[in-house]
Design a protein around this ligand. Structure first.
Ligand code: C5P
Length: 402
């Protein structure tokens, strides 16, 4: 989030003390943080501590003529890349859900044209109250992003949902939200392959694999949400295409290669597909018959084109070329070798041993292997892997001409 600016609205609740740490975490990650304190928040943390940690002036009064002359509340809410509300009290949620604007915090929330991320914090009964739940649903429908609340013990002694997410969790959510911010990849063209390929033996039989396409679809979705003009070349899968991507459906590896080439030039290519390495040499025009007494047919296989390696050598090589490596052992070592062999820039390596449940499942544990080293990511939902990968790609392309 280097170079990004966050407007942090601190609501009045005991969790406000954690917002001080949040400011530090955001600054460590390279963001600039400007803060607005509600009147109630100023009872929990002092404007001086917020100003010292953020290194910026703290805003709290809608009717301060000096502030309005320096930076009006409209400009304050728009100059940021993201507005974060932490703690988001029941009151702040209710105000935004209903469009109320009677102080600087609520006015800035209503005036902003940027994404808003809320980290709710309140007593468990207040959180569970029908009114709060109604406001929560309304805000989500309006596109407000949320992190937490978490379950746990509260300052008031009760237990349940309502604890504000931890500062690092909020910083992660800020990172994700910034990668979604329209524009992080706008102007860039992306190509993603996903799913298995099917290699026919005859009109009714084929050789394929267990790839579900979920990871590739999640990556295409995340790249499109980040603003990239995205083409998804997909083998046969059972899942719905993400909105906003151009879907090219293919069956065989050779069709997949042709579709990829038709999608060039591209700034980004992420090859997630589990392409069949071989195909039957002959695909019979008619169904192969089981004749009484005849020997079982022998299937001779020939090699399929390697789409990733072909794109790596292509005259229109994508600017950032990312391959996947599904292995069952020595995951990182094989991925490092593959990076060189295939000529791509990054390899996303994962362990697809049956015990991991990764193939076809909703979660993934990946290692990002680049010439510079290896990043081990935790066990994540595949959508989250997509979002983080899009953010990493946006970071890598930042500064290159779109
Ligand atoms: O060699 P291996 O199949 O392990 O390499 C995996 C990577 O190469 C993936 O990114 C996959 O999409 C890509 N690949 C390809 N064409 C092939 C085989 C693999 O693009 N024929």
């Amino acid at each position: 989030m280097r170079g990004k600016s966050v407007l942090l609205i601190i609501g009045g609740g005991i969790a406000a003390y954690k917002s001080l740490e949040l400011i530090r975490r955001l600054k460590e990650r390279g963001a600039t943080v400007r803060a607005i304190l509600t009147a109630a928040a100023a009872e929990f943390v002092t404007p001086l501590s917020v100003a010292s940690l953020s290194g910026e002036k703290v805003y709290s009064d809608l009717f301060s003529l000096t502030d309005e002359a320096e930076m009006g509340h409209i400009q304050l809410s728009r100059s940021a890349d993201l507005v974060v509300v932490a703690p988001a009290t029941a009151d702040l949620m209710a105000k935004l859900a209903n469009g109320l604007a009677n102080d600087l915090a609520s006015t800035a929330l209503l005036a902003t044209d940027k994404a808003v991320l809320m980290a709710p914090a309140m007593n468990v009964r207040m959180w569970n109250h029908a009114a709060t739940q109604r406001n929560f649903a309304t805000l989500k429908r309006d596109g407000v992003l949320f992190v937490g609340p978490n379950d746990g013990e509260m300052a008031c002694g009760e237990f349940g949902p309502g604890r504000m997410a931890e500062p690092n969790e909020i910083a992660d959510a800020v990172e994700r939200a910034l990668s979604h911010a329209p524009g992080a990849l706008s102007g860039f063209r992306a190509l993603v392959t996903a799913g298995p390929t099917q290699e026919p033996l005859d009109p009714v039989r084929f050789i394929a694999n267990r790839s579900s396409g979920k990871q590739g679809y999640a990556i295409a979705d995340a790249l499109a949400r980040a603003g990239a003009e995205t083409t998804l070349v997909s083998g046969p899968v059972e899942i719905a295409p993400p909105s906003g991507v151009k879907l090219l459906k293919v069956t065989t590896a050779r069709e997949m290669l042709a579709a990829c080439e038709s999608a060039l030039p591209a700034d980004i290519a992420v090859m997630t597909a589990a392409v069949a390495d071989w195909r039957p040499e002959i695909s019979a025009n008619n169904k192969i018959k089981k004749e009484p007494g005849a020997a079982a047919p022998a299937i001779r296989m020939v090699e399929n084109p390697d789409i990733l390696a072909t794109l790596a050598r292509h005259a229109q090589r994508p600017g950032l070329l990312v391959g996947f490596a599904a292995e069952t052992d020595n995951v990182v070592a094989y991925a490092q070798a593959k990076l060189k062999k295939k000529g791509c820039d990054w390899i996303v390596a994962n362990d697809v041993s049956p015990a991991t449940g990764i193939m076809g499942g909703d979660r993934n544990t990946v290692h990002i292997v680049t010439a510079g080293g290896v990043e081990d990511w935790p066990d994540l939902d595949k959508r989250e892997v997509g979002t983080r990968l899009a953010a990493k790609i946006a970071g890598a392309l930042k500064g290159t001409a779109a």
